[in-house]
Design a protein around this ligand. Structure first.
Ligand code: ADP
Ligand code: MG
Length: 409
């Protein structure tokens, strides 16, 4: 994947002698110690990450952990104290003001939690705002604003005043304003935090679909772990200005690198985070052309299963079960194809565990397919085993977490 955005050794100190605070940090002093000793606040310390083109990178942390400071340094609404921010390899942190202006116009756009719509302008004029700043002609502005409104399902409202819209719809206008400038990188600072839970869900789904269509690179800030897990291709957990872990949703939940992360994730529904790939077993598949029913039954005994998939020219064509092959009263099938069930349940490797319950109900192992190739199989007990293991691990994590990490609301 092409790297779109990368950040290295990025720091923000609020105060009048940042260099002093930086050297104290490097000596290993904490944010609290530095505040006490110097009165300066460590906003962000030593952030490092990269975001691939078309990825959603989520930064999640409690209030005050440094999320807004971080995201505002990415377009230099806040000047970094030290470090680099590269977009397409170009260091934003060191360019001159003209260059910075160009980058902001062409590459990067931001959507805020509380953004103000101009009450006396129409919805469409509000969306046109960023384009107007760019000096785009009136005609093109309207055209692009309407297209952006269409993307968020509000085209019909274009000529109404913002007051005619509900809170959720107004937030969509904010999103449309961000989209209208057609940014390569979209920064979103808690854009959905003020919305009701149901509307928020809708907006999350909408953002996922938009992103799939438009292939934008997004840095998304949230204090809500659920939101982070739903949206993030990669997720960074932030605490006291620092990243404590960066990983996929599965890694954050499945292999928390820190008690703090474990404490956050312990109540997450793992069946919505973990995918088929994580629980599947080896296929142990048979070959339709060469394997006999006797060989199949032998293999079932050897691997302790009651059903196995059958391949023809490397592709799964069905599944045979012990019962079917053995036949009634020992009248064993004459060939594998005689006992073959051709209508078998299948899923993709990214299918979440909760979506596997239904296909598992057939009683047959579920085939995990990738482009027609059999990667593995999943049975109901594999899912329960995995969730039970996680449950036990969660219990074990709980003790150290209770002393270290704050409670999560
Ligand atoms: N302009 C500022 N001056 C001094 N301290 C600030 C300023 N902005 C933010 N901070 C401090 O920096 C830390 C991170 O704040 P912020 O980035 O707003 O966190 P978040 O967005 O995660 O809630 C906090 O301790 C906050 O008080
Ligand atoms: Mg914030």
């Amino acid at each position: 994947m092409t790297e779109k955005l990368s950040v290295k050794n990025l720091y923000k100190i609020f105060g009048d002698d940042p260099d002093q605070a930086l050297s104290l940090l490097r000596e290993g002093r904490s944010k609290d110690e530095i505040l006490e000793q110097t009165g300066m606040t460590v906003g962000v310390q030593d952030a490092e990450f990269s975001v691939g083109e078309g990825e959603i990178f989520v930064v999640m942390g409690l209030s005050g952990s440094g999320k807004s400071t971080l995201v505002r340094m990415l377009n230099r609404l806040i000047e970094p104290t030290a470090g680099e921010v590269r977009i397409d390899g170009e260091d934003i942190a060191s360019v001159g003001s003209e260059e910075l202006r160009r980058i902001r116009l062409e590459k990067i756009s931001m959507v805020f939690q509380h953004f103000a719509l101009f009450p006396h302008k129409t919805v469409c004029e509000n969306v046109e705002y960023g384009l107007k700043v760019q000096g785009v002609s009136a005609e093109e502005r309207r055209e692009r604003a309407l297209a952006a409104l269409d993307q968020v399902g509000l085209k019909a409202w274009a000529d109404r005043p913002p007051a005619a819209l509900s809170g959720g719809m107004q937030q969509r206008v904010g999103l449309a304003r961000g989209l209208a400038v057609d940014p390569q990188v979209l920064l979103m600072d808690e854009p959905f935090s003020a919305l009701d839970p149901l509307i928020r869900r809708e907006m999350q789904q909408e953002l996922i679909e938009l992103q799939r269509r438009l292939k934008m690179t997004i840095v998304f800030i949230t204090h809500d772990l659920h939101e982070a897990l739903i949206l993030g291709d990669h997720i960074a957990i932030m605490k006291e200005g620092r990243f404590v872990q960066i990983g996929t949703a599965e890694q954050i939940v499945g292999e928390p690198a820190h008690d703090y992360v474990a404490a956050f994730t312990q109540d997450i529904d793992r069946s919505r985070v973990f995918a088929a790939e994580r629980v599947m077993r080896e296929p142990e598949a048979l070959d339709l052309g060469t394997d006999t029913p006797a060989a199949a039954l032998e293999r079932m005994d050897a691997v302790g299963r009651d059903a196995l998939y059958v391949l023809e020219a490397g592709k799964p064509v069905g599944v045979v079960t012990r019962r079917e092959l053995a036949g009634p009263e020992g009248a064993r099938c004459a060939s594998l194809s005689e006992g073959l069930v051709r209508d078998f349940p299948s899923v993709g490797p990214d299918t979440k565990l909760y979506q596997l319950y239904a296909p598992c109900r057939s009683g047959l192992p579920v085939a995990v397919l990738d482009g027609g190739r059999l990667l593995g199989t999943v049975e109901q007990e594999d899912i329960f085993d995995q969730l039970a293991v996680e449950e036990a691990a969660g219990e074990a994590d709980r003790q150290p977490a209770e002393t270290g990490a704050p409670a999560v609301a």
